[in-house]
Design a protein around this ligand. Structure first.
Ligand SMILES: [Zn+2]
Length: 333
């Protein structure tokens, strides 16, 4: 793409994917290849995923560069409200004054009032919060449309995006299917796809990660029979069944490894070390043409520390539920 000298070609960071779909690199923290947004330039144009607060300007430039006026954008939809996907929603709402903001109902109130979300993000990220994500600004509640188990976004001309509630990575996560193309926007439900190596790395962060919900979402996505998987991290993938199978196998391996390590000592650092040795060591290193910094940030967002603590958090929750159940049964007997 970058070697393309054709002056009529798309601007840097924009990849045309056919049927008026464009992948737009949102340049998280200034780095390429981390978070992809998608513009569907249909009759009622729609953006899927907004990236961080700093990405709003990037998207504004891309959308106008692709021939739309800011007023033309009809919809902005986020797969979930994690800051790398939705941190720029408030800024986007200001830059695109007519766009309706669509989000799962479990995330809607946090877009209108991000204060709680920002407080907990500050606890997780500390002084890295500002460089990685910036500040999420509130979105006017009247412009937010919350969807439930399923929902629809009108793309015009009979084309629609159908939303499917898809928890596991987060409680406020959904997938989106384009009725014209059969593309499935997967958010983080399958983890991160690394286009330079072909690896799929699970994304299992605290506090919401739930293995059973994740597996159910993977089954749902498999049943959809999509044409392509549109990853937020990063890009479009045509090998749908193989990639969903790969995501499931990786998820099981991460969880089994943590279960084993955590069960033996209960020590988080031990579990992280074991995952590094047994699981992460199998992945191919990023090739030299990858931007330096990109790999490090991908690792920060969804590397061993975040993923292992999410899995441990889930295992602890399971153990607690089991103990409570047994105590209840004890009382009844
Ligand atoms: Zn996420």
């Amino acid at each position: 793409m970058h070697d393309d000298v054709d002056a009529s070609g798309p601007p840097e960071g924009i990849v045309p994917l056919g049927d008026d779909i464009f992948a737009i690199d949102t340049m998280l923290a200034g780095y390429p290849g981390i978070v992809s947004s998608y513009l569907i330039r249909s009759e009622r144009p729609c953006i899927v995923e907004v990236g961080t607060a700093g990405s709003a300007r990037v998207l504004h430039e891309a959308v106008t560069g692709l021939g739309l006026a800011p007023e033309d954008l009809a919809t902005i939809v986020v797969t979930h409200i994690h800051l790398d996907h939705a941190g720029g929603t408030g800024d986007m709402a200001s830059l695109f004054p007519n766009a309706e903001i669509v989000v799962h109902e479990r995330g809607a109130r946090h877009l209108a009032d991000p204060s709680r979300l920002m407080r907990s993000a500050a606890m997780v990220w500390g002084d890295r919060l500002d460089t990685l994500f910036g500040m999420m600004r509130p979105t006017e509640a009247a412009r937010i449309r919350a969807v439930g188990e399923t929902g629809e976004i009108d793309l015009g001309g009979g084309r629609r995006l159908v939303t499917h509630y898809a928890p596991g990575h987060a409680k406020h996560h959904m997938g989106l299917v384009d009725t014209l193309t059969g593309d499935l926007y997967v958010g983080d439900a399958l983890g991160m796809y690394k286009p330079l190596t072909g690896d799929v790395v699970p994304a299992t962060p605290p506090p919401d990660f739930d293995m059973e919900a994740c597996l159910a979402t993977l089954r749902l996505f498999g049943d959809i029979g999509a044409q392509r998987l549109m990853f937020s991290h990063f890009g479009a993938v045509g090998t749908v069944e193989e990639t969903i199978d790969q995501a499931e196998a990786e998820l099981r391996l991460w969880v089994e490894t943590v279960r084993e390590a955590h069960g033996s000592t209960g020590d988080l650092d031990h579990a992280i070390a074991m995952v590094r040795d047994k699981v992460v060591a199998r992945y191919r290193p990023l090739p030299p043409e990858a931007s330096s910094g990109t790999g490090e940030i991908l690792d920060t967002l969804s590397g061993p520390e975040a993923n292992v603590s999410g899995i441990v958090h889930w295992l602890d929750r399971l153990a607690q539920e089991k103990a409570e159940r047994e105590a209840r049964e004890e009382r009844l007997s």
